[in-house]
Design a protein around this ligand. Sequence first.
Ligand SMILES: [Zn+2]
Length: 376
Amino acid sequence: MNPSDASNLGKSYLRETKWQRSSEVIGGLSSEVAEVADDIDRLITLDMNRRGVIRILYDAAREKTGKPLVFAAADMIAKAVTPGSVVLVATGWPDRPWITPSIGELDGPPGAALLARSMHDALGAVPVFLVEEQLVPAMRATARAAGFAVLNTDEAIAAASSPAPLHAASVIGFPTTASEAVTRSERLLSDLDPKAVVAVEKGSANEKGVIHNARGMDTTSTMAKVDELVNSATAADIPTLGIGDGGNEVGMGLISDVIRRHIKYGDVCACPCGAGIAPHIGTDLLVTSTVSNWGAYGTAACLSVLTCDPDVLHTPTTELRTLREAADAGLIDGNTGYVTPGADGLSASTHAAMITILRQIVTNSLSPKGLATQKR
Ligand SMILES: [Zn+2]
């Protein structure tokens, strides 16, 4: 879209050219953007899989943030990320670890890959995905389906300044032991100078250091210790974003009091630790959604609005391809336990429809003939 075609909606965010930062691109939250971001928040928090927790989580996060969650997240990312800079994106959930640590779930990697695609497209970010070692192949397949050439990290960074376009990302394993995670985090920060840390559907530990699944069971040993990365990033003033859907994920420490009081297993888990699933530490910002992938898509949609470019959000076709490739790489639907495109008990067509609606919201908000303009 030519910026001159855009309504005033995202004007304060317009870059003079895509990927080129100007000093005045980031403005405050206009009422028009707030309305659109609110609608996106509402859409991605419809309790379509009848889990019964999203309203509690969303209301708490919204009260804490004081703004639409997808706006707060997209705004923070847009302000932090510069062209060619690295963004660390942690995801991956080893599911059914009592049988094998090798199975990962389909909520998380697609959202991580496609939000990364948006951050790359809108801001020139170089995504470096962090997953458990055994989930690296599936994450590579998922990132590739989202449109990235998956290279080693040095190559992915070099691709950002390639004379012919090459859209690259890297996928690396992240440790499951806390001490190694601390060392690795420090090294990633010093070697890669990341501008933001994002975690999508990633386990976070309670005050006793125990990470739980939504059923209140101990999944500590198989989960990469991304809390340590959040701690390191926070100490280094690097913005952190957590995206989750159940109350046990990275970022939920921001609303741990509400999780303890109102979410099943929040206060007392089903494991011997007895201390509940509520995470001990939070991120700077938290996006809660019915499916964690949707929180990533909603954030991408808001990045689309803020940069006045509907194509910053992926298409339904890319959504279907990403879910298909992720499933073909062995990831399972965490609800049904089937290796089938979809996530959290919702079909691939439902996820694609979510993208169709999000794109319509974005396009209408940016078009001079769109609903946002007609309302004025
Ligand atoms: Zn426990």
